[in-house]
Design a protein around this ligand. Structure first.
Ligand SMILES: Cc1cc2nc3c(=O)[nH]c(=O)nc-3n(C[C@H](O)[C@H](O)[C@H](O)COP(=O)(O)OP(=O)(O)OC[C@H]3O[C@@H](n4cnc5c(N)ncnc54)[C@H](O)[C@@H]3O)c2cc1C
Length: 371
């Protein structure tokens, strides 16, 4: 079997790797360099964690996601991951942390509730302002995202049966005939085509525009005093929701930066437009950092980065067969990277005939075993 993959982010690369493992010949087309620095997968880190609010279906997949990454580490000969543990905080009417703990208890991954009065002793880096409940689980950590996609691209370039085409934008996709046409006018045929074009997908397949929405998100990297940096380099990751804010903090593991972002979707923006951000648009997030993080007055914004989510209304992944020989692969809504290896492996299995496409779409949407 021959497959064409459009897009060289984590989804396209992992699917190419997994299809090659199934014995497929694969050609991957990427519009920019491989990896693309403006792709959603290209950032110092992405988090993987069990807490998933009410989405028990995704929480159940986390163990499988970790197992899939193990296969990637074997393939790459290196482990691009650092464990941090996961601390989830909530307050002011927000209940995500408690709901995560409830659904994890039901599937055998209990979180420990920490009394707010004990937080400063357990986590001296934090203030307790606005925090009403705190839950801890020792699992979870940081995937070194841009190192992973870079290493996968290098590895795949040397694999027999795999052909990578960087700087080869695809103009048209025929999902019935598994045919693509590049901007340069070259047509390529296969038995199956997988479109993993990230936030650019509505440009390539306009019929998906209402369903898969690019969402401009800004994150801040901080320069912090050496003592703070050393303390944060031991973790944990923070997932915090107190009312309107939804802050996450990625600790500076193994020499990477310390990053803070707000998970709330902007649902605006064009991934192909110029990407500049100002501290002004980060004001609510920076204010929350000030009230939550010890010593924040000494921290400086080192850089702001604009990145794109591709969001669906219910935050579930879209991995669906379309046409006679096509797959749309959009596991994102801001939480897809952790599942990248798993999504690739499972899609390759389904393409090889091991699962019904409709069952695959339900599985990827996190609907199996959801509450
Ligand atoms: C700020 C931020 C924080 C995040 N944090 C987390 C996290 O902590 N944990 C987590 O699990 N997930 C997280 N995510 C989400 C995760 O990064 C994405 O879900 C994932 O990277 C999506 O991968 P992708 O391969 O679908 O998209 P991309 O990485 O964007 O790849 C798509 C590729 O397709 C290419 N392409 C597009 N159109 C064409 C075309 N016409 N021809 C050829 N190539 C084309 C693009 O150039 C691009 O390289 C975060 C995302 C952002 C932006």
């Amino acid at each position: 079997m021959k497959a064409i993959v459009v897009g060289g982010g984590i989804m396209g690369l992992a699917t190419t790797w997994a299809l090659a493992r199934e014995g497929c010949r694969v050609e991957l087309f990427e519009q920019a360099d491989l990896p693309h620095p403006l792709g959603s997968s290209f950032d110092e880190h992405r988090l993987i964690r069990h807490p998933y609010g009410d989405h028990a279906g995704y929480a159940r997949l986390i163990d499988d996601a970790f197992a899939a990454w193990e296969l990637v580490w074997q393939e790459l000969g290196q482990r691009l991951y650092a464990p941090t543990g996961t601390l989830a905080l909530s307050g002011n009417g927000a209940t995500w942390a408690g709901r995560s703990a409830a659904s994890l208890a039901a599937i055998g991954h209990p979180m420990t509730e920490i009394a707010v009065a004990d937080l400063p002793r357990r986590f001296p880096l934090l203030k307790t302002h606005g925090v009403e409940r705190a839950f801890w689980i020792a699992s979870g950590g940081v995937l070194f995202a841009q190192d992973i996609v870079s290493a996968l691209a290098r590895r795949l370039a040397a694999k027999p049966g795999v052909a990578l085409h960087p700087r080869a934008p695809v103009r048209d996709v025929d999902l019935d005939r598994a045919r693509i046409v590049t901007e340069a006018g070259a047509a390529h045929d296969a038995d199956v085509v997988v479109v993993a074009a990230g936030a650019w997908v509505p440009r390539l397949l306009p019929s998906l525009a209402g369903r898969l929405v690019p969402s401009r998100q800004v994150v801040a990297y901080f320069d912090l005093p050496a003592a703070d940096r050393a303390a944060w380099a031991k973790g944990p990751m923070i997932l915090e929701q107190t009312g309107d804010m939804g802050l996450y903090l990625v600790p500076p593991m193994q020499g990477r930066g310390l990053k803070v972002g707000d998970h709330a979707f902007s649902r605006t923006g064009d991934p192909a437009a110029e990407r500049t951000a100002s501290e002004d648009e980060m004001r609510p997030l920076l204010a929350r950092c000030r009230s939550l993080l010890q010593g924040f007055a000494q921290w400086r914004v080192e850089r702001l980065k604009v990145c794109f989510y591709t969001v669906t209304a219910d935050e579930r992944f879209v991995v669906e067969k379309q046409g006679e020989a096509g797959w749309i692969m959009s596991p994102c809504s801001g939480h897809g990277f952790k599942f990248g290896a798993l999504m690739g492996l499972e899609l390759a299995r389904t393409i090889a005939g091991e699962r019904d496409p409709a069952a695959h779409a339900r599985w990827a949407a996190g609907l199996e075993g959801d509450t």
